[in-house]
Design a protein around this ligand. Structure first.
Ligand code: DAH
Length: 342
């Protein structure tokens, strides 16, 4: 029996030297530790051993088994390491199921809303225009029928540069340049970043986004304005949105309106979001004032047009349920990266 044990150990050691891959290790395991393997056979032989030697031999076989198991374990680990290294160094070293560790970026919620609106308006024949953030007093105010010392300027205090230029307070500042660039008829939208000298809180920011739109042609009326606003908002909210107009004063439109939409939270029945009125104020608009058309080189006798100034930041807050406006400029990726990508 002792001879047999030594022989098996010798055989195993010899065979282990030649095992060069994990398949060979598995074969070894079956041959020595398997149900019909060498050690199992030895156990059978134990039955016919003399009774007084059974205990001793049994212990020896067990030691042999443990020895083979641990040697086999070491061998398997060494071979696995070698195979992994070879795989890493080979051309096929990547595992497509492994997490990459590279995070893909996401769009800012304002970019998402802006692009969505651009697609909607482009489909309705509007040109998309870009405009400066630093403008002069003429474009931001005077060309819009807001002369110096007009009280409407009070609500639009901003940041002034030493050279007299300023950070634009509204996207309306681009109206004049765009009218001069294209003349009438004209359909354009122009999104942009705006600035105001505001005390910042959950509802106010000094840096925010708007999207302005103008449409100038023969016989443009308030009906056209309502149609375009309603179509655009129904697309954005993916359902039929009711709109209503209330009179509002802006020097560059006549008549001017505040456009409200039915509250998207309660559907118009009244809730805390709409202060129980069923309506949310969303977009000031109106028929372009003749003085503004004249400043833009367009004859108000021949053409009329509408304009609107949509609060993109506000729309993004409504669409995504963002309660604090400061989130947008916070750089807080936890909050900003959770919106659907395009
Ligand atoms: N520019 C205005 C503001 O920021 C908003 C506005 C009102 C734009 C009426 C328009 C308009 O085009 O027709 O307060």
């Amino acid at each position: 029996m002792e001879k047999k044990i030594a022989e098996i150990l010798g055989n195993f050691t010899e065979a282990a030297k030649n095992a060069s891959d994990s398949d060979a290790v598995e074969k070894l395991r079956v041959a020595f530790l398997g149900k019909k393997g060498e050690i199992a056979e030895l156990m059978k032989d134990l039955k016919s051993a003399p009774a007084e030697q059974k205990k001793e031999f049994g212990q020896k076989i067990n030691l042999l088994k443990k020895d083979v198991e641990s040697k086999l374990g070491e061998l398997a680990a060494a071979i696995e390491k070698k195979e992994l290294e070879a795989l890493i160094n080979s051309a096929e070293s990547y595992d497509v199921t492994m997490p990459s560790g590279v995070e893909t970026g996401s769009y800012h919620p304002i970019t998402l809303v802006q692009r969505e609106l651009e697609d909607i308006f482009a489909a309705m024949g509007f040109t998309i225009e870009d405009y400066d953030e630093i403008v002069d007093d003429y474009h931001c105010f005077e060309a819009l029928n807001i002369p110096k010392h007009h009280p409407a300027r009070d609500m639009q205090d901003t940041y002034y540069l030493d050279n007299g230029q300023l950070l634009k307070t509204h996207t309306s500042a681009a109206q004049n340049a765009i009218m001069r660039k294209y003349g009438a008829p004209l359909r354009a939208i122009f999104p942009g970043r705006c600035f105001r000298n505001e005390a910042i809180d959950a509802c106010h920011e000094n840096t925010f986004f708007q999207m302005e739109g103008i449409m100038i042609d023969k016989d443009i009326s308030i009906s056209n304005l309502i149609y375009f606003m309603k179509t655009m908002l129904s697309e954005v909210f993916q359902r039929d949105v009711k709109v209503r107009l209330r009179p509002g004063f802006f020097p560059f439109v006549e008549p001017g309106f505040e456009l409200d939409i039915s509250c998207q939270v309660c559907g118009g029945t009244g809730c805390p979001s709409c202060k129980n009125s069923g309506w949310l104020e969303l977009c000031p608009c109106g028929m372009i004032h003749p003085n503004v058309l004249i400043a833009g080189g367009i004859d108000p006798e021949e053409y009329t047009g509408f304009a609107f100034g949509l609060g993109l930041t506000r729309l993004a807050m409504m669409k995504y349920g963002v309660k604090d406006i400061r989130t947008f400029n916070s750089g807080n990726l936890k909050a900003l990266s959770q919106f659907e990508s395009l």
